[in-house]
Ligand binder design. Structure first.
Ligand SMILES: [Zn+2]
Length: 567
């Protein structure tokens, strides 16, 4: 490709609303353009990167028995009603109505469609197992699209679905895909970890998230030298020390605590440690308001709460909703005297004596509150977020944590969808059996953004070789110099003959501008043709990962480049 003909609209400055490094760099380097909130154009460079990731994904899916197909994006509501997800999916589903008033959605995922298809086409054990996949646009009407391609409303996914005769077959499919995903992300050059994750509403389902490590990640990964790695959402906290019994329970008292509306302010005002206070939080669990208690210095883990109190959506309650059950504002909430609200408490709360909590009255707190004596709960459960002080759940040693972006997930669905949509087969004895399913997703566009989050510097993107839009940029210092251009053209042709993907920067621009663009776009290799190329037969060879140039003989540069790119 010649830069003079290419649509690569680079920008000098970061667009105002680009909120992450990957969004900034992909926009600035001319890979993507925003069309509307959470919707992006992939410009020619961006499309090339996507295609490379897709090729890697296809090769690995095919290597593990995947067969590619393509299903409609627009899906009828009927199937979603059968699985109960038409309403359960919530406002994130893009719904559309056709001219006959029939309802459809833009597919956020394809379990319903694929299961219905397999239900129609597969009837015998002889046709199983099956692994079917597609690479396609998916839709999620995010409330707040952000982070560029990472939380967008339209995105590109690979989704594979496995159909097996029994749980053993599903287990094989699951671990095959686990291996395929490991291969995909290794080949894309990502730094990632497969981690144990929350099986969601299906409860005991087995699932792993493939998490690309990055500061902006919305997931926190807990990991340990012993091999334990999990999403913090599911990392179990150790059982608390039982209370010693040395501390006598004192009489509960209401005390005036003006302006003390946070745990810090209350513990400072009363001169007690935050570990002697409790945090009282209200959640909206679908239609129901529930109350959750954790020690004052702890954070509530929503996923653990949702396991104890199953619901479709769990969100922090609005102050108005809470005001209907208590008098005090958010600064003085507590469990004492709460009626008609289910209270769930963390295990640590049960072991506390003479604790401090809000009195549900503006500017007042209770002291010397004792669980069981002064308030009752539905139960005590592990409801808090693990911290770095907590030991590894597997080996008891110290853990580390990191932020990450989920780029893939493997998930055992079992028979949930096959039961709902009648995906059954006849076994050797002519007996009807339900198929066992798994689903396996890779965020293709998200993988592209995750790579940029991991590989960049102050000058721009540093693409891993395997997914770079072009391998090499050839930069003649002066496009007007016929000798230089002739050498550059020859290099351009010779490299392409060897299978190297080359951009020739033939623009009539100052060298500084071309170098800046080359760094911003992030080609793995830059070859500069200058005066010395004609006079001494040398070029400058620079890797994007290195700060310094190397002077290389013109006669050797093609071999050197080929060796680097295809190593
Ligand atoms: Zn461990």
């Amino acid at each position: 490709m010649r830069m003079s003909n290419a649509l690569i609209p680079t920008l000098r400055d970061n667009p105002a609303d680009a909120d992450t490094v990957s969004a900034q760099l992909l926009l600035r380097a001319g890979f993507i353009r925003k069309s509307a909130a959470g919707l992006y154009h992939y410009l020619p460079l961006g499309k090339r990167v996507l295609s490379k990731i897709e090729t890697i994904v296809r090769e690995e899916m095919d290597a593990f028995g995947g067969q590619e197909l393509l299903m409609p994006i627009v899906q009828s509501a009927d199937l979603w009603l059968q699985t109960g997800r038409w309403h359960a999916y919530g406002p994130e589903m893009f719904k559309v109505t056709d001219r006959h008033d029939r309802q459809f959605c833009l597919g956020p995922t394809h379990e319903e469609l694929i299961t219905d298809l397999v239900h129609s086409e597969v009837t015998s054990y002889r046709q199983l197992p099956l692994r079917l996949y597609q690479i396609q646009n998916k839709y999620r009407d995010e409330k707040r699209p952000r982070f560029g391609l990472i939380r967008s409303r339209e995105f590109i996914m690979k989704d594979l679905y496995s159909f097996d005769r029994d749980p053993e077959g599903l287990d094989k499919a699951y671990w095959d895909m686990y291996q395929a995903y490991t291969n995909v992300f290794n080949r894309c050059g990502l730094k990632f970890r497969p981690i144990e994750a929350d099986g969601g509403a299906i409860g005991d389902s087995q699932t792993h998230e493939f998490t690309a490590l990055a500061e902006i990640g919305e997931n926190t990964v807990v990991f340990c030298d012993c091999g334990y790695a999990a999403n913090i959402e599911i990392a179990p906290c150790p059982a608390p020390q039982p209370k010693s019994g040395n501390e006598a329970e004192l009489a509960m008292e209401k005390v005036y605590t003006p302006d003390a509306k946070t745990i810090e302010a209350v513990s400072a005002f009363l001169n007690v440690s935050a570990t002697k206070t409790i945090k009282t939080l209200f959640f909206q669990a679908d239609e129901e308001l529930i109350c959750v208690l954790v020690r004052g210095d702890r954070e509530v883990n929503d996923v653990k709460v949702q396991r104890v109190h199953p619901c479709l959506a769990l969100e922090m309650a609005e102050e108005d909703a809470v005001a209907k059950v208590v008098n005090g504002g958010f600064g003085s909430l507590g469990p004492v005297g709460l009626a008609n609200v289910k209270i769930y408490a963390d295990l640590e709360v049960e072991q506390m004596t003479n604790l401090v909590c809000g009195a549900n009255e503006e500017a007042y707190h209770f002291i010397n509150v004792n669980p069981g004596r002064d308030f009752q709960v539905e139960g005590y459960y592990d409801l808090r977020m693990m911290t770095e002080e907590d030991p590894c759940p597997k080996c008891g040693q110290k853990t580390d944590s990191a932020r990450g972006i989920e780029v893939g997930q493997v998930f055992k669905l079992g028979t949930k969808y096959s039961e709902a949509l009648g995906a059954k087969y006849l076994d050797e004895n002519g007996k009807e059996q339900v198929m066992h399913m798994g689903c396996y997703g890779i965020g293709v566009s998200r993988t592209m953004a995750a790579a940029v989050e991991q590989y960049n510097d102050e000058n721009g993107i540093i693409w891993p070789k395997s997914i770079a839009p072009y391998h090499v940029v050839v930069v003649p210092i002066s496009a007007k110099d016929e000798t230089q251009m002739a050498i550059a053209e020859q290099l351009y042709a010779d490299l392409q003959k060897r299978g190297v993907e080359v951009m020739l920067d033939d623009r009539n621009e100052r060298p500084g501008v071309k170098f800046k663009d080359a760094d911003l776009i992030g080609y793995p290799v830059r070859i500069t043709v200058g005066k010395k190329s004609a006079e001494e037969g040398t070029v400058e060879y620079k890797l994007r990962t290195e700060a310094e140039n190397e002077v290389v003989a013109l006669s050797e540069v093609v071999e050197k480049t080929v060796a680097y790119i295809f190593s």
